[in-house]
Design a binder for this molecule. Sequence first.
Ligand code: 5GP
Length: 197
Amino acid sequence: MKEGKLFVFSAPSGSGKTTIVRHLLEQERLNLEFSISCTSREPRGGEEHGKDYYFISLKDFKQHIKNGDFLEWEEVYRDNFYGTLKTEVERIWAKGKNVIFDIDVAGGLRIKKKFPDHTLAVFVKPPSVDELKRRLKKRQTESDERINMRIAKASVELATAPQFDVIIKNHDLQTALAEAEELVENFIKNGHSSEEE
Ligand code: 5GP
């Protein structure tokens, strides 16, 4: 099997990383496919099984952990488990494509450690914690309690940014999208991002 590249996009939720990942997936020349994670959380409005996530029960999730099926997994929020199955990378590489991950900071760094030469790990930085709060509230998909949980986690995650290969500051979405495209393109062509030179 030809091994492709791995692109990890990690960030506190509300940073705009999902928008960036979706944009990159639309760029056919980048030959990317989304790594579908497993999660034990309930689907949010409009999310589909086998597209956004594999929505599985907590029991099945724990069984996959026992079987050693995950490349990485995290209890991102209490009783909400998220993980990447080893078979996802195999599935996408077998198609001759590059893999793009929308996963949390700890998971992202773990993938980088497992595949150091194949992976470009990108941290998407929100303008500020206040802006993050505003964006999460605007989304209106979750309770205040859950939003506060995400904000608390965000502060911890922001501190890990220097461990990533590159940081994209998402102050202006169009600029962030263009920057992300360039980084991915360079890594596919040269095996490193231009910022690493
Ligand atoms: P959400 O509930 O908003 O979809 O995701 C919550 C967090 O879990 C996000 O930061 C998301 O990127 C992360 N996440 C999604 N899939 C995975 C995964 O497979 N592994 C890890 N470690 N985190 C994930």
